[in-house]
Design a protein around this ligand. Structure first.
Ligand code: GAR
Length: 193
């Protein structure tokens, strides 16, 4: 699989750790749109190849499909990747691109709803709960079919930072396992077809 990330990459790190010794699944590439993203250092430390993508080629070129195919990628995991995924890439990887969102979709999703903006909105609305959503990626932001959700309380004295920390814990606990289940199900399906 390839992991796409734009930021620090704490989820990417958990995914790398989870699959380090895995007999069937390998994190073969870390993709980022930001040359300064912490995730690129994490990839280098783990000895995983990286690909820095550029806007023009991603949105108006070949969406890096040939490069991904050449690297043997057959599944894509978004982990804090903030660019919209172009149709060309979705077409090349049907039902094989998933994303994690730090809220209970369909609430608090869509353009501009990422990272702390999500947690600020949740706190401002005085929600009693928030959570995470893992979903397939389609051509709209935060829109594809839901695969998994988990929730946690929003406490009365929460700040966006304290809520973000609780949400990150949930993400780290569940994302690698959900990816593994999904991939192993696909392996079995491929063997039977
Ligand atoms: C995660 O909380 C993820 O859910 C969020 O970005 C964070 C990345 O953290 N993604 C979005 O908001 C996408 N709309 P990380 O770089 O530490 O993994």
């Amino acid at each position: 699989m390839a992991v796409f990330a734009s930021g620090t990459g704490s989820n990417a790190q958990k995914i790398i750790d989870h699959f380090k010794e895995h007999p069937q699944v390998r994190v073969a590439l870390i993709v980022s749109n930001k040359s300064t993203a912490g995730v690129l250092d994490k990839a280098r430390e783990a000895g995983i190849p990286t690909l820095l993508i550029e806007k023009e080629a991603f949105f108006r070129g070949n969406a890096y499909v040939p490069a991904l195919q050449a690297a043997g990628i057959d599944f894509i995991v978004l982990a804090g990747f903030l660019w919209k995924v172009p149709a060309e890439l979705i077409k090349a990887y049907p039902a094989r691109i998933i994303n994690i969102h730090p809220a209970l979709l369909p609430s608090y999703g869509g353009k501009g709803m990422y990272g702390n903006f999500v947690h600020e909105a949740v706190i401002a609305a005085r929600e009693s709960h928030s959570g995470i959503t893992i979903h397939y990626v389609d051509e709209q932001y935060d829109h594809g079919a839901t695969i998994f959700q988990a929730s946690c309380p929003v406490l009365p004295d929460d700040t966006p930072e304290t809520l973000a920390a609780r949400i990150h814990q949930l993400e780290h606990q569940h994302y690698p396992k959900v990816i593994e289940e999904l991939l192993l199900t696909q392996v079995v399906k491929n063997q039977n077809s």
